[in-house]
Design a binder for this molecule. Sequence first.
Ligand code: MG
Length: 335
Amino acid sequence: MQLRYKPFELLLKYPFSISGFTRTSTPLMLLEIECEGQIGYGEASMVPYHGESVATATAFLSKVKLDWLKLPFDFDELIAYLDELAPGNPNIKAAIDIALHDLQGKLEGKPCYTYFGSDPEQMPATSITIGMDTPEVILQKVKDAELAKILKVKLGGEADKLLIETIRSVSNKPLFVDANQGWKDRIQASEMIHWLHEQDVLLIEQPMDKNNWDDNAWVSEQSPIPILGDESIQRLADVEKAKGVYQGINIKLMKSAGMYEAYKMIQRARELDLKILIGCMSETSCATLAGAALAPLCDWADLDGPFLTKNNPFPNPDFKDGKWVLADRPGLGLA
Ligand code: MG
């Protein structure tokens, strides 16, 4: 089994602003794992606030040996092995997990979604994100997102109501709202949530600081809209903590260390009666299709990487009626 990797700078169409910071590109590590003439593709999207970088990913990959793996790959054993090599590093672990799922699908002639009992017909619509900006740019972004049936709006700044009103002046599509921990006072947060309820908002992510479990729970309790933990909920062990605090969780492959643990998180969330949004970072078609393979098991999807970036090195997957189309091809289905 041969492991190859190269850094890649993924450029964003617009400088991306959320509560707290702005950036114009995202460093990726693109992976190939080759075995018996087949190549599995994987990707780590190393958003700066996760603390991973090309240097940390390279250091981690230099320790990885995969020759012990036998088909069908034992992903429980793989995750345990990767976690033993070093704690943390969920993004580069996700890249390895994604590449191995793609490879296994190709070696066995099966689409990845079949490993999770995921039904392509149950694919939820994916939102396209409108980052914080001036009203003029917001209107342009809404226009750019015309293929989406749902828009996702980043709030948590000074001009939250203006931003929503700007969108509502040109679009009545339902909205997801992501506050990215930006609301600081729970009473103001609750008032904002009730106002958003009148604006056809379907869910709200991470209203308050990820470590402030009490205020997030209080806000959830008052809310007429499902409140989801995102920054609070990283890997499988965190799903338990969401119960009684949030109505749901945002699962991302770059937090969960890949598809396999994301699947375990989906199963545990269902047992705990939690709603599920499957989200993403700035990603190419590769990680987007990995997320899409699990999306039919979730309530909502926010897998908009290819719409927000301008140098995706892979062809865009098929997108129809606001939804990704899972191809009946072995592996992830990258064209
Ligand atoms: Mg979020």
